[in-house]
Design a protein around this ligand. Structure first.
Ligand code: OFO
Length: 166
């Protein structure tokens, strides 16, 4: 059975995953209307789907352990970006925020001796490592490319190959 504190922390994470999904959906839609960024749009549409899956996985766990998973209210995400670089900088910033939040819940699960939750959260720890790595790699590539048009063409063409874990 989940403690009230643990349930609240997991529900907060449900909200964060839902907000991640919204944030990436907004990035996808923004990329979709830029010339030549359809690969980037597809990447973020997929990321948005994955974040929703992360949210559902958490909700399933909360309910399974005798808690109540609450569908959260959502803030409107950032809708437009100055450049491709700034969209990807935002992506990395967001993933770091999520990783810190997961770390906090892992810490809480240990301090509460809730080993079932601790075990469940390991999947998220691994997932965050992969997503942060993907986001960092893509940011580094964009830094190298700068304003080079053929570099950006290849970046957009190849981006699906850099997707992190499911
Ligand atoms: Fe939910 O995987 Fe990153 O944020």
């Amino acid at each position: 059975m989940l403690s009230k504190t643990m349930q609240d922390a997991l529900n907060k994470q449900v909200q964060m995953e839902a907000e991640s999904s919204q944030a990436y959906l907004a990035m996808a839609s923004w990329a979709d209307i830029q010339p030549g960024l359809q690969g980037v749009a597809a990447f973020f549409y997929k990321q948005a789907d994955e974040e929703r899956m992360h949210m559902l996985k958490l909700m399933g766990f909360i309910n399974e352990r005798g808690g109540f998973a609450m569908v959260p209210p959502l803030e409107q995400p950032i809708l437009t970006f100055r450049s491709l670089q700034s969209a990807f900088a935002e992506f990395l910033k967001h993933e770091i925020k999520v990783s810190n939040s997961i770390n906090d819940i892992v810490h809480l699960s240990l301090s509460e001796k809730d080993y079932a939750t601790h075990n469940f959260l390991q999947w998220y720890v691994t997932e965050q490592m992969e997503e942060e790595r993907t986001a960092r790699t893509l940011n580094e590539k964009l830094e190298l490319i700068g304003e080079d048009k053929s570099g950006l063409y290849l970046f957009d063409r190849d981006i699906m190959a850099y997707r992190g874990g499911e």
